[in-house]
Design a protein around this ligand. Structure first.
Ligand SMILES: NC(=O)c1ccc[n+]([C@@H]2O[C@H](COP(=O)([O-])OP(=O)(O)OC[C@H]3O[C@@H](n4cnc5c(N)ncnc54)[C@H](O)[C@@H]3O)[C@@H](O)[C@H]2O)c1
Ligand SMILES: [Zn+2]
Length: 666
C-alpha cells in the first residue's frame, strides 16, 4: 500500500480510538493493539518525515479537556510516557541515556505503572488547593471536589520540608475491591457493568456529583513532585519525603543501578503484580537524579529520561462450546462464543466476542475447536486464533444464521458492511429494549434507577414500547409487578422527571439515530439549535457541517421521513423533554481579521485558548488546526510545540506573539 495512504489511515484510526478512550472512557481495541498502531505510525513518520504532520497523534498527549468543568492551565505540562513491550528496546533506551549523560554514572528508580488516570495536585501553604486532570497536557479539568474524596490524600500537611507552593503528580485509580463491588451492584440492578477499572476511574473522576465519587472509594498513588522550588536532589529523596509526610506512595518502587537490575525488577513483578489491590500495566523506569533529568530533557510528548515497559497482554487457551447470536439496538447481530471457563488476567472468562460473520470466516471456527482468547480493554475478551494443532477430525463449521434469532425475520447484509442486520426494527424485542436502554443511559437522558432488567420487564409486559412511553409511566403502571416497592417506584419516576431538563444534545444522542453518536449530536446542535431546524435542514445543509458526511446526513433524513419517529418526537415535546438549546453566539466586534486564518499554539498570558479563539472569530478571522502554506498567522504562546514551530518556519508563515496579535485588532 501507498505509504502516505497508510499513514493517513493510521492517524484516522488512532484519533478515533483516542476520542473513544479519553472522551468516552471506552476502549475499542486492546492497549497493545493501540500501541502497535502508534508504533507503526511513529516508524513510518521517521522514515518519511515529509509526510509527518506536526499535530500527529505521535506528537500530542492523547486527552482533552471537557466542558463540564472549569479548565485550568498546568504550570508544568503533563506529558505522556514513551512505551515499549520489548526488553531490547529498553536496552536501547538505556544506551540513549548513557550517551546523553556522556559517560557519567546514573541510577534508575523503577516503579509500577498504575493503570488509572494521571492527576495533578496543587498545594499552597500546606493545603491542597486544586486537583486537575491531565487534559490535553497543557490544560486540564479542575476536579478538586472529586479529588478531595480520596481518603488517603492529605488535604493539609504538617511538614516544613515542603515549599510554600508545590505540585504533585500521581495516578488516581479505582481499587479492584470497589470495582468488583460496584459491578456486583450494577448486575443486580440489571445495569451494564463497568468495562474495566481504568475506564471506570476516568469516568468517575469526571462525574458531576462528588457524593457519588465518594461512594466509589477512589484512591491514588503519588509518584512525583514537580516544580522549580523542588527541595530535593533526586526522585528517590522526594518519594521518601512524600511517604514520610503521609502521602500515599506505593512501597513497590526500587532503585536500580543498571539496566540488568531493571530487567530483574520487571521479571519479579510479572506475576506478583496481580496480587496488588489495583491493576498495573507495566513498569515505569526513571533516571533518579533531577539534574540529569533536566539535561536529558523532553520530546514534544514525553520525557527522554523515563520510559514505560508494558507487559505483553495475556492469552489463554480454551475450548469453544457454542456461539450465541445477540441482536443489538440497531438490529446488528453479533456472534458471541461460549467457552469452557478459563482463568485469564485475573478473571474467569466464559464468553468471548467474535465481532461479525467476516471474523467467523477469518477464524474458520469449528465446533469444539481449541481457541486462543486475549483480553483487551473490554470486559469481554476476544478470540484471536484457533489452535489448529488441536483441531479434531470431521469438525463442523459454525454457520451464521439466516434468520433473526429473536424475531425470525430474514437477516440482511448490506454491500460493504461487515454486520448482518435484522430490519424488523419496530417489532424485534431486543431492538425495542435496546432503543429504550440507549435512551436512558448516562450520556443520553441519564435516567438513573431504571435498570436494564426493569426495561425488559416493562417491554415484555407491554407497558412500554417506545421511548416516549417512559413519560406516561405512573405508580399504577407498576401495579402487579413483583419486586417494586413504592420507594423504588417513586425513585424511578423522579429520575424520569429529572430527565426533562437534560440538554438537547444529549436528547438528540439518546434518540439513537443511526451514526449519530454523542460527538456528532453536539456538532448538530451547535449548528441547528433545535429539532425543528434540524428536521428542516436539507441534505446539502447537513453535509456542510464539519464532520457530517453523506452517510450521517442520509441517516438523519431517513429518520425524519418516518412517521413513527415524528410521532415520538411530538410526544417527547408534549412531555417537556428538551428539544432545543441556546448556543453562545459570538458577536462580531470588528473586521480587522477578515479573511485571515490563524493557528494558535502554546499557552498565553492574557487569554485562555478558547478566549483567543473567540477573539479571532469576533474580528472576522478563522481558526484552523493545522499549519499549511495557506495559513496567515501562527499565534505563538509559551511552550509551543517544536514541531509546529519548525513547520511554520519551513513554510515561512508569519509567527506572532500575543502582543502582536492584539496590535492587529486595532
Ligand atoms: N485501547 C485504546 O483504545 C486506547 C486508546 C488510547 C490510548 N490507549 C492507551 O493509553 C496509552 C496512552 O496513554 P498515555 O498517554 O496516558 O500513556 P500511558 O498511560 O501509557 O503512560 C503515561 C501515564 O502513565 C501513568 N503512570 C502510571 N504509573 C506511573 C508512575 N509510576 N510514574 C509515572 N507515570 C505513571 C501516568 O498517568 C502517565 O500519564 C496508550 O499507550 C494505550 O495503551 C488505549
Ligand atoms: Zn429481529
Amino acid at each position: 500500500m501507498d505509504v502516505k495512504k497508510r499513514m493517513d489511515e493510521l492517524i484516522l484510526q488512532i484519533n478515533r480510538y483516542n476520542e473513544a478512550y479519553y472522551q468516552h472512557n471506552e476502549s475499542l481495541i486492546s492497549d497493545q493493539e493501540f500501541d502497535n498502531l502508534l508504533a507503526e505510525l511513529q516508524k513510518l513518520e521517521s522514515e518519511n518525515p515529509l509526510f509527518a504532520y506536526p499535530d500527529s497523534p505521535t506528537q500530542r498527549v492523547g486527552g482533552t479537556i471537557t466542558k463540564q468543568f472549569k479548565s485550568v492551565k498546568h504550570r508544568y505540562p503533563m506529558l505522556s510516557l514513551g512505551n515499549t513491550y520489548s526488553e531490547q528496546e529498553l536496552r536501547d533506551f538505556d544506551d540513549r541515556v548513557a550517551k546523553g549523560l556522556e559517560g557519567e554514572d546514573y541510577e534508575y528508580i523503577c516503579e509500577l505503572k498504575f493503570d488509572g488516570v494521571a492527576l495533578s495536585f496543587w498545594y499552597e501553604n500546606g493545603q491542597l488547593i486544586k486537583g486537575v486532570t491531565r487534559g490535553d497536557g497543557t490544560r486540564g479539568d479542575d476536579i478538586t471536589n472529586n479529588i478531595k474524596t480520596i481518603k488517603h490524600l492529605p488535604l493539609r500537611l504538617n511538614s516544613s520540608i515542603f515549599p510554600r507552593e508545590f505540585e504533585l503528580r500521581g495516578e488516581g485509580y479505582m481499587p479492584l475491591s470497589s470495582f468488583e463491588a460496584i459491578n456486583e451492584q450494577k448486575l443486580k440492578q440489571g445495569e451494564a457493568p463497568l468495562a474495566n477499572p481504568r475506564n471506570a476511574a476516568s469516568g468517575t473522576f469526571k462525574m458531576q456529583d462528588s457524593a457519588e465519587v465518594a461512594r466509589r472509594n477512589m484512591a491514588c498513588y503519588i509518584y512525583a513532585m514537580v516544580g522549580d522550588e523542588n527541595p530535593f536532589q533526586t526522585h528517590e529523596e522526594s518519594l521518601i519525603a512524600l511517604n514520610q509526610a503521609d502521602f500515599p506512595v506505593s512501597p513497590t518502587w526500587k532503585k536500580c543501578k543498571s539496566i540488568d537490575e531493571v530487567l530483574e525488577y520487571i521479571h519479579s513483578w510479572k506475576d506478583k503484580r496481580n496480587e496488588l489491590p489495583l491493576n498495573t500495566d507495566g513498569i515505569v523506569i526513571k533516571v533518579n537524579d533531577y539534574e540529569q533529568q533536566n539535561r536529558l530533557g523532553f520530546t514534544a510528548k514525553s520525557p527522554r529520561w523515563a520510559i514505560a515497559y508494558k507487559y505483553p497482554s495475556e492469552i489463554a487457551e480454551t475450548e469453544i462450546l457454542s456461539i450465541s447470536y445477540q441482536v443489538g439496538r440497531t438490529g446488528n447481530v453479533t456472534p458471541v462464543a461460549n467457552l469452557t471457563p478459563v482463568y485469564l488476567a485475573g478473571t474467569m472468562v466464559k464468553r468471548a466476542s467474535v465481532h461479525n460473520a467476516n471474523e467467523m470466516d477469518r477464524l474458520d471456527l469449528r465446533k469444539h475447536d481449541t481457541v486462543f482468547v486475549e483480553k483487551g480493554g473490554e470486559i469481554i475478551p476476544k478470540i484471536t486464533s484457533v489452535n489448529l494443532s488441536k483441531r479434531k477430525e470431521n469438525t463442523q463449521a459454525f454457520i451464521f444464521p439466516e434468520q433473526c434469532p429473536a424475531c425470525g425475520s430474514t437477516l440482511v447484509r448490506q454491500e460493504g458492511e461487515a454486520n448482518h442486520y435484522c430490519l424488523n426494527e419496530k417489532k424485534c424485542p431486543p431492538q425495542i429494549k435496546g432503543k429504550i436502554e440507549h435512551f436512558i443511559q448516562r450520556k443520553a437522558l441519564n435516567i438513573e434507577n431504571l435498570g436494564v432488567e426493569t426495561i425488559d420487564l416493562l417491554v415484555e409486559k407491554g407497558i412500554i414500547h417506545h421511548i416516549s412511553d417512559l413519560y406516561q409511566l405512573n405508580e399504577q403502571s407498576f401495579q402487579g409487578l413483583e419486586g417494586f416497592q413504592s420507594k423504588s417506584i417513586s425513585n424511578i419516576l423522579t429520575s424520569i422527571e429529572k430527565s426533562k431538563s437534560v440538554a438537547f444534545r444529549q436528547v438528540l444522542f439518546g434518540l439513537g439515530i443511526r451514526h449519530v453518536g454523542a460527538t456528532i449530536a453536539e456538532k448538530l446542535v451547535q449548528q441547528f439549535h433545535s429539532i425543528e431546524k434540524l428536521q428542516k435542514a436539507t441534505l446539502e445543509e447537513l453535509i456542510a457541517v464539519p464532520e457530517i458526511g453523506e452517510r450521517i446526513a442520509n441517516s438523519l433524513k431517513e429518520y425524519f421521513d418516518d412517521a413513527d419517529n415524528i410521532q415520538q418526537l411530538e410526544r417527547l415535546k408534549e412531555a417537556g423533554v428538551q428539544l432545543s438549546e441556546e448556543i453562545k453566539e459570538i458577536v462580531l466586534e470588528g473586521e480587522a481579521l477578515l479573511g485571515k486564518s490563524f493557528v494558535i499554539s502554546g499557552v498565553f498570558k492574557n487569554f485562555e485558548r478558547e478566549e483567543l479563539k473567540d477573539k479571532i472569530i469576533a474580528h472576522g478571522g478563522k481558526v484552523v488546526s493545522s499549519i499549511s502554506s495557506k495559513l496567515d498567522y501562527l499565534v505563538a504562546g509559551e511552550n509551543m510545540g517544536p514541531a509546529k514551530l519548525e513547520k511554520a518556519n519551513s513554510l515561512s508563515i508569519k509567527i506572532i506573539t500575543e502582543e502582536e496579535f492584539l496590535a492587529l485588532l486595532n
